[in-house]
Design a protein around this ligand. Structure first.
Ligand code: ZN
Length: 174
């Protein structure tokens, strides 16, 4: 199982919509395994296929013992109640910004065998589910930021901080 290179902001694949998975074969399961390994090695909480350069609708997560993969996800429900907290992304190493998300979310999809699966969460888990689904639609967390934070994010990206991330910030990296 090889580690997959993680695509950084600026790579066009992060702005493309991933396509529905139709083949639930060993190839898909290998991709899920490789993504989980890559995620674990990068110490992230979740990663979407776009982030490893694959335009298929699948993401995987690892929140402690809670690990899994969701394929062809759609939002079934989100709470009106929101949360505001620091969020990061493996494609923006070292960048964390307050990001408003629904407090609770429920996604519908299938597993790597094509069996129906529902994933719901509150707090960090809801944040993770919605962040990953966004990735599959070419949407990035900076799109959700307040205007001044988005400007600051772009300034730091232009200054080359993605290639040389600074330590010391916190937040789930998804
Ligand atoms: Zn991300």
């Amino acid at each position: 199982m090889p580690l997959l290179p993680i695509r950084l902001f600026g790579d066009p694949v992060l702005r493309q919509r991933a396509v529905e998975v139709t083949e639930f074969d060993d190839d898909l399961r290998r991709l899920a395994d490789d993504m989980l390994l890559t995620l674990h090695s990068a110490a992230g909480a979740a990663i979407a296929a776009n982030q490893v350069g694959v335009l298929r609708r699948i993401f995987v997560w690892e929140l402690g013992e809670d690990r899994g993969a969701l394929v062809n996800p759609t939002v079934e429900w989100t709470s009106d109640e929101t949360q505001d907290g620091e969020e990061g992304c493996l494609s923006f190493p070292g960048l964390y910004f307050p990001t408003v998300r629904a407090l609770r979310a429920r996604l519908q999809g299938v597993d790597v065998h094509g069996e129906p699966r529902q994933e719901s969460g509150e707090g960090v888990r809801a944040r993770m589910l919605l962040h990953e689904l966004d990735h599959l639609n070419g949407i990035l967390f900076i799109d959700h930021l307040a205007r001044h934070d988005r400007k600051e994010a772009m300034r730091r990206i232009r200054a080359g901080e993605l290639e040389h991330p600074v330590d010391g910030q916190e937040g789930p990296v998804v």
